[in-house]
Structures are given as C-alpha cells and as structure tokens.
Design a protein around this ligand. Structure first.
Ligand code: SF4
Ligand code: SF4
Length: 119
C-alpha cells in the first residue's frame, strides 16, 4: 500500500483528483490515504510531482524501529529477567507468525491470478 511522506507533500491535490476510488483526502495540508478504501492501483504514486507518495518497502526501517520501541515499552511492565525474557520470546513468536502469514498470503497471489485469469 502506498503511503505519503508528509514532509514532502505540498497538498497540491493532484493525487486526490487522480485516485479512482476517492481514497485520498487532504488534512492539515497533507494528503492522507484511507487504506480501507485504497484499491492499490498505484496511480497516486505515478502522478505526485513531489515524489511524496512512497512505496511500502521504504517503510520497513520505520516499522522495525516502531516495533522495537513497542517491545521496549512493554518490557517496562515486567520486573524479573525471566519475565522479560518470556515477553521477548512471545514477541519473537508473534513476529515470526506475522512473517508466515505474509509469506503464505504472497504465495496465494499467483494462485488467485491463475484461478481468475488462467495466467
Ligand atoms: S500529489 Fe503529492 S504533493 Fe500533491 S497532495 Fe498528493 S501526495 Fe501531496
Ligand atoms: S493506490 Fe490508487 S486507490 Fe490507492 S490511494 Fe493511490 S490512487 Fe487511490
């Protein structure tokens, strides 16, 4: 899913006009994508004159940093080293499960294409 790099957006509205499903709005001088409405067509990325619409992959370092901070904030609720280790192990299992969900979902994409289009 595309995302808007807020500091590069000049609120010109070009992407709002181009989006075929009205998934983009301007709020506080920044474009916002409603991910529940977005159909992943990529048009907003193609038309933005500021290159403010960015690809998912660029979000990886930010998401990793966010997850790391989340883990640190949860650790504050645990007193002993054993309890802290228990939390970290649970979080590792959680992220591994998320990875498996993503990998298996990605594998299904080719199956869908074959089923729907015969490709
Ligand atoms: S086209 Fe780019 S700069 Fe203009 S509103 Fe959309 S994201 Fe912001
Ligand atoms: S990817 Fe397509 S549907 Fe999604 S916000 Fe951009 S233009 Fe709209």
């Amino acid at each position: 899913m595309p995302w808007i790099k807020a500091e590069d957006c000049v609120a010109c509205g070009v992407c709002v006009e181009e989006c075929p499903v009205g998934a983009i709005s301007i709020d506080n001088q920044v474009a916002i994508i409603d991910e529940n409405e977005c159909i992943r067509c990529g048009k907003c990325h193609d038309v933005c004159p500021q290159e403010a619409v960015r690809h998912d992959s660029e979000r990886i370092p930010m998401q990793v940093a966010k997850n790391t901070e989340w883990a640190k904030s949860l650790l504050r609720h645990f007193e002993t080293d054993d309890d802290k280790k228990g939390l970290i192990d649970r979080l590792k299992r959680y992220f591994i499960t998320e990875r498996k969900i993503a990998e298996q979902s990605a594998e299904q994409m080719d199956a869908i294409l074959h089923e729907i289009c015969g490709l």
